[in-house]
Design a protein around this ligand. Structure first.
Ligand code: PGA
Length: 265
């Protein structure tokens, strides 16, 4: 099954979050046939979870959580707390967290293993900056981020992890849309497993960064792509549902979204 998800980043009040959910519920039939997920800001996780009927089948997650079980970490929330609020997934290592909040690969690794320990599905974000792409270093960069991000996780738990390839140069208002051919080698590498001689089998490999209604189909067509992780273009519920429709269509093609998370769902 194809994955279509969105992080709302630092947008949406509670009223806006509820309106989005109501719009989604009104179009609930469209959600069948894809694995859809929404990552609200922490303030709205519980409200979104409570308002979304379980049978609509949309996964709710967090955009970040701390690796420690609890304690003196002012301003942070733990994996257990986001799970308690209704999250079953947690985004980890987004480039904005790495850039603005100084998250290192080791912080990311701690969070991935804490997420799994708390029963959450980690959504591990990786991707190279423009200057690395400019010298052709993207495969090595991304493989390194995945290796380090999973380094504190027992190999038997890797199948619980969803990886999102999000090149930094493609993300956000300053980003540019990728051509399918630009991302294809990285998606092929990630879907095949990153370490030569060792297969890192994860639950799914998604693409994210300047996805929109026009390019979604061609990006989903890139071999090895199990879904899309979308920011701006999915913040209107009508557009999110349209992306879900596109994902559902792509999911009909053979070999798409073939991996599964098994027991986690
Ligand atoms: P964007 O963001 O779709 O707005 O480029 C993607 C992301 O940061 O995950």
């Amino acid at each position: 099954m194809i994955w279509i998800g969105t992080s709302w980043k630092m947008t949406k009040t509670l009223a806006e979050a509820r309106a989005f959910v109501d719009g989604l519920v009104a179009r609930r039939n469209a959600v069948d046939g894809v694995r859809a997920f929404v990552l609200p800001p922490h303030t709205a996780i519980a409200a979104v979870r409570e308002r979304l009927p379980a049978d609509v089948g949309v996964i709710v997650g967090a955009q970040n959580a701390h690796w420690a079980a609890g304690g003196a970490y002012t301003g942070e929330v733990s994996m257990r707390m986001v799970a308690d609020a209704g999250a079953t997934m947690v985004e980890i290592g987004h480039s904005e967290r790495r850039d603005h909040f100084g998250e290192t690969d080791d912080d990311v690794a701690r969070k991935v293993s804490a997420a799994v320990a708390a029963g959450l599905t980690p959504l591990l974000c990786v991707g190279e900056p423009e200057e690395v792409r400019a010298v052709g270093g993207e495969l090595e960069w991304v493989a390194g981020q995945v290796r380090l991000g999973l380094s504190r996780l027992a190999p038997r738990d890797r199948h619980r992890v969803v990886v999102a390839y999000e090149p930094v140069w493609a993300i956000g208002d300053a980003g540019r849309e990728p051509r399918p051919g630009e991302i294809a080698p990285v998606m092929a590498l990630l879907s095949a497993g990153c370490v030569p001689g060792e297969r890192i089998e994860v639950a799914a490999v998604l693409y994210g960064g300047s996805v929109n209604l026009r390019n979604a189909e061609s990006l989903l067509d890139v071999p090895g792509t199990d879904g899309l992780f979308v920011g701006r273009a999915a913040w209107r519920v009508e557009d999110f549902v349209e992306l879900i429709r596109i994902g559902s269509g792509a999911g009909q093609s053979e070999g798409k979204g073939r991996r599964d998370v098994g027991a986690a769902w």
